[in-house]
Design a protein around this ligand. Structure first.
Ligand SMILES: [Zn+2]
Length: 547
């Protein structure tokens, strides 16, 4: 692995237009024309600080194809840098869209102890500039250091990431508010997620969203594991492309080219006496699942924690490269796919049915490479797993719907539910305010059970509602809002507004006045309705109670 990496670096250097006779660092971390990452400079003993990343990006800024946008600030006031890369340079999202190229967003360091994505994202930016060709085929948005405040809380790896193969000092998982940014995609309580929504998802609307992590679960024989979006409500063509075509091709390619073994993300678990391989969770709170709810290709990358820091960087670089190669080979298909998915959702959603409750499902039994258990009395193994065996296991890599609900033509939300309305706007969902009262029939949900978790999760208490829909006459006042599902983000609107969902506005506590025997204060209008409205802008939902 190390030799392979060194050979690759030589190949990259030889590929430069200008080869320096003697390499004299211009400033710390800048070798001749190209900056080096902190990891490279320290022989993979250290990972980049925020300042290192900014310096690295500044050093690339002399290339026209590389521009920096600051998309927002963290809780502690650090500016979040996004690289926008293409040839010719495109500053404007509508220009990028008109170009017909896919817009590819890659994010590192969401969990700041999981550091190799941050390093791989930096070397990727440099490599894209050095090679040049990909910059003519796509627009790249690269955010190497998402959880900046977490990154700057450096501490011993044994404490912040037990069992991880270095580097000795790494940051922490949560942001400065103590929030896990990979649980914040729906509720968007963090300034980081709000910045992403406003300046990346809503503004650039990337076709592809890659999120780079490190995993430290079951000791298996894979250098990296991956996942497509897991929510079954994900637009079917987007899901089929990502899960059934793109990722299996990437897996084959990595095996062929590098003898690198990868597999679907998961852990070995025992349920009802049966051992199985199972993935994580289907909720939209996770970035890559969230991508799916927006009809976009989401790809989770999880390098294996037990490998050395350098090997994890290499594994992540190779995975990202293989994904990009596959995406760019099929770039016209990718753009067509996401645009058609938007149209398909807008056309077909009203009157269809989507899931509100889900359970794990298996694609079949396959050999999974696991480390043999250590013999009795031996200490727990550390480092790269080497004593491997192929174990046939049912692979639970997906979810199936166990309870559905009908998608209305529109949801009606009273103006007093300002937190929910603001949440919808923040996600870029089209929300309209009624200019006149409206009266008509709607499906109204009567709550029979209102269960609030005993303990807080991510600073909120998760709520579960059970109950029943019934047709009823509803009187909406001027100022109430209308959320039509015939829009590209219709699936996301459903995810946020359905009462029985376990990850929407009710679950996260945005909707107030809930209780057993009460009516859920969001109404489903099942037929097309005609009423004058005005489109609302973010920040415009305010009710008199200040909630
Ligand atoms: Zn992670």
């Amino acid at each position: 692995m190390r030799n392979g990496y060194a050979g690759r670096m030589v190949a990259l250097l030889l590929g430069l237009v200008w080869v320096p006779c003697s390499v004299s660092p211009l400033s710390a971390g800048v070798t001749a024309d190209w900056p080096q990452t902190r990891a490279e400079r320290s022989n993979f003993q250290e990972t980049s600080t925020y300042e290192d990343v900014i310096d690295f990006m500044h050093a690339l800024q002399r290339h026209d194809e590389f521009q920096i946008e600051y998309i927002g600030e963290t809780t502690e006031g650090r500016r979040i840098p996004l690289a926008v890369m293409s040839r010719p340079p495109m500053r404007d999202p509508s220009q990028a869209r008109r170009s017909g190229r896919p817009i590819i967003f890659i994010q590192g360091n969401i969990h700041a102890g999981e550091v190799e994505g941050k390093e791989a994202a930096q070397s990727l930016m440099r490599r894209l500039l050095q090679e040049g060709k990909q910059l003519e085929q796509a627009v790249f948005l690269i955010l190497p250091i998402y959880n900046i405040d977490g990154n700057e809380r450096f501490g011993p790896v044994e404490k912040n990431r037990p069992g991880q193969g270095g580097p000795p000092l790494v940051g922490v998982r949560p942001n400065a508010q103590g929030l896990d940014l990979n649980r914040d995609a729906i509720k968007a309580d963090s300034p980081e997620m709000r910045a992403l929504l406003e300046q990346v998802y809503n503004k650039w609307d990337p076709d592809v969203i890659m999120d780079l992590h490190t995993t430290n679960g079951t000791r298996h024989g894979y250098e990296l594991t991956y996942s497509p979006p897991l929510n079954p409500n994900t637009e079917s063509e987007v899901l089929a492309f990502t899960r059934d075509r793109l990722l299996p091709s990437v897996r084959n390619e990595l095996r062929k080219r590098w003898q690198m073994e990868t597999f679907d993300y998961g852990n070995a678990a025992t349920r009802d006496g049966q051992r199985r391989w199972e993935t994580f969770s289907e909720e939209g709170r996770y970035i890559t699942n969230y991508a799916g709810l927006r009809n976009r290709i989401g790809i989770l990358s999880e390098a294996t924690s037990y490998l050395s820091f350098q090997d994890r960087i290499v594994a992540t670089e190779r995975f990202v490269d293989a994904v990009l190669e596959e995406l760019l080979k099929r770039r016209e298909e990718v753009v067509r796919l996401t645009r058609q998915a938007d149209a398909h959702v807008a056309d077909s959603l009203p009157g269809s049915r989507l899931g509100v409750r889900f359970e794990l499902a298996a694609r079949g039994v396959e050999d999974v490479l696991l480390e043999r258990p250590a013999p009795e009395g031996q200490p727990r193994r550390t480092g790269r797993p080497t004593d491997l065996e192929a174990v046939p296991l049912p692979v639970y890599d997906r979810f199936r719907t166990v309870k559905e609900s009908e998608v209305p033509h529109a949801y009606l939300v009273p103006a007093s539910q300002a937190a929910t309305i603001e949440l919808l706007l923040r996600h870029g969902i089209i929300v309209e305010a009624l200019r006149e009262p409206w009266r008509g029939s709607a499906n109204v949900f009567t709550i029979s059970e209102h269960v609030v978790a005993d303990r807080p999760f991510q600073n909120r208490r998760l709520t579960r509602l059970e109950g029943e829909f019934r047709g009823s006459d509803v009187q909406a006042e001027a100022g109430w809002v209308l959320v039509r599902t015939a829009q590209p983000l219709g699936v996301l609107a459903f995810h946020i507004l359905e009462p029985e969902g376990l990850d929407g506005a009710a679950a996260w506590g945005f909707i107030h006045d809930l209780g057993a025997d009460r009516l859920y204060p969001v109404y489903k209008v099942m037929n097309p309705l005609h009423v004058p409205t005005e489109r609302m802008r973010p920040g415009s939902a305010r009710d008199e109670t200040g909630r």
